[in-house]
Ligand binder design. Structure first.
Ligand SMILES: [Zn+2]
Length: 135
């Protein structure tokens, strides 16, 4: 049987008593305050795997990532406008249809990306509100 590096770190944390997260760090999934818990493990509230070591830092809520996806929204709208314009022009100039199709596909991918980033933004806002409420 071999242990993963997360498992080895967890066992080492348990072996050295008193080593735990000393500041308020929050779970990236539910916002639970992980203070006092081992540096790596599972969130007691939602089961999210986290690692608060400097070189890992996964599964932890990072307030700096709470940015509205402005560039994604702008890119989506720009591609949509280009696709619609080229589609309109392709009614008189058939050669424009290829460009309209290209921007149509691009619009699809940008809207998908924007949707994912918006969902993450809304989720992070909820976590930020929970953290403010718990303070
Ligand atoms: Zn959690």
């Amino acid at each position: 049987m071999s242990l993963g590096s997360d498992e080895i770190e967890r066992i080492m944390d348990e072996a050295v008593a008193g080593r735990g997260i000393e500041t308020s760090l929050h779970c990236a999934t539910c916002g639970y305050n992980l203070r006092g818990l081992p540096y790596s493990g599972l969130c007691p509230e939602c089961g999210n795997r986290y690692n608060a070591r400097d070189y890992r830092f996964t599964g932890i809520f990072i307030p700096q990532r709470l940015e509205f996806p402005v560039s994604e929204v702008f890119s989506s709208l720009t591609c949509l406008v280009m696709a619609l314009l080229l589609l309109r022009w392709s009614l008189t100039m058939r050669s424009m249809f290829l460009g309209a199709a290209f921007f149509g596909v691009l619009t699809f991918f940008f809207i998908r990306l924007t949707w994912q980033r918006l969902a993450r933004y809304v989720h992070f806002r909820q976590i930020a509100r929970r953290i403010e409420r718990d303070l």
